[in-house]
Design a protein. Structure first.
Length: 388
């Protein structure tokens, strides 16, 4: 594959899972390509571009079909050029920004310390948001955290990266390697749910006479959203957790798992028939002839179709081995992996204030003011997070 661009621009580098030869550095080679893969291409300015004009980009892919035919597929796009920073920030794509930050992390992580990698994630986010503050919101009070509308969830995804398997202490090498492999190849729309999974409350849906055509928006990833007696599905596009609260209605529990009470549940909960054969006391999530079980199977089917993935399902309950994995993915809570979302927003705000203060002293055109107490609003953005 080769990417070309119009005059005034040039391809700087490629980032992804591919192979490049030394004698032909302009092309990247893949053993196979499917719809779930992506490549990030960074561009460099060679000369000043004219605002109002258009820049052109073309990606040409030479490939062989399964029938042995050689073909070429060409995609061309024209993008308007602007020198207005407000326009640029309005057109920013959050998924792409997160994919770039995450892939840079995955590419450099094998030779970088975890502490340096964590610092780099926060610094990249702060640099983007501080630039917005400098060029688009310089007249706003420094006590307020001002974020661009298109990138208001950037700190949340940055926090998800910091708490993920890539940068968390005590993670097994295999888990970290799998994360790096996903991050280096996945398309952008599958990276965001990998970082910020979708959490669904199922208690009401399981007893409903009819399910909606589309699944509802996900909940904020915080333990504060978990109600007593609830049933929750947490999925990230690759695996799913069905969490059963210990005060769950025994009748509903019996309908789902054919278990008379919560304490009867075995630690060897498993959806696999092989596990059932090895352990006759294991309880599996099998289709049963009742409304709750039927609704749950429909919800799982809709989720798997939406993700185009089977989603390995783990049933988890209070004090079993999978409970820790479930709560570790509630990234907005304070945990051993890092601060809460509100605390991280305050940290980002202080770093932005410090960066703007340095700029003000350098140019001498602004009156430096001391870093003030942070006042932030928490952005969850259901429209951006939960409709992935």
């Amino acid at each position: 594959m080769r990417v070309r661009c119009s005059q005034g621009l040039e391809v700087g580098s490629y980032l992804g899972a591919f192979y490049r030869t030394t004698f032909n550095p302009t092309d990247v080679n893949f053993p196979a390509v499917d719809c779930d893969k992506s490549v990030i291409v960074s561009l460099r300015h060679q000369e000043k571009l004219s605002p109002g004009a258009e820049a052109y980009f073309q990606a040409a892919l030479l490939y062989t079909t399964t029938e042995g035919q050689r073909r070429i597929r060409v995609h061309t796009i024209a993008i308007p050029i602007s020198d207005n920073m407000s326009t640029i920030f309005k057109a920013a794509d959050l998924d792409s920004q997160i994919a770039i930050i995450g892939r840079r992390l995955a590419a450099t992580l094998p030779g970088t310390s975890l502490s340096s990698a964590r610092e780099s994630i926060t610094n990249q986010s702060v640099a983007i948001l501080a630039a917005y503050r400098k060029y688009c919101a310089s007249n706003s009070s420094s006590a307020q955290l001002i974020l661009p509308e298109a990138l208001k969830l950037l700190p949340l995804y940055a926090l998800s990266l910091l708490k993920g398997p890539a940068l968390k202490d005590g993670v097994k090498p295999d888990e970290r390697s799998i994360w790096i492999s996903h991050m280096m190849s996945l398309e952008t729309c599958r990276i965001t749910p990998l970082l910020y999974p979708r959490l669904l409350s199922l208690a009401d849906m399981l007893v409903a006479d009819e399910l909606p055509d589309e699944l509802p928006d996900g909940l904020v990833l915080s333990s504060e959203k978990l109600a007593q007696g609830g049933v929750y599905l947490l999925e990230n596009g690759f695996e799913a957790y069905l969490y059963l609260d210990k005060t769950l209605d025994p009748n509903l529990l019996n309908d789902l798992l054919n278990s008379p009470n919560y304490s009867f549940l075995s630690f060897s909960l498993s959806p696999n028939y092989e596990d059932i054969l090895r352990n006759p006391n294991a309880i599996a999530l099998l289709p049963r002839d009742n409304k709750a079980s039927h609704n749950l199977q429909q919800i799982l089917a809709k989720t798997r179709i939406h993700r185009s993935s089977f989603l390995r399902l783990r049933i988890t309950r209070k004090s079993d081995p999978f409970e820790v994995s479930f709560f570790n993915q509630l990234v907005e809570d304070r945990s051993t992996a890092g601060s809460s979302y509100v605390e991280y927003l305050c940290q980002v705000h202080r770093l932005i204030q410090a960066k703007v203060l340095v700029w003000a002293k350098d140019v001498g055109s602004l009156t430096p003011s001391p870093v003030t107490k942070t006042s932030v609003g928490v952005f969850h953005g259901k429209s951006s997070i939960n409709k992935q």
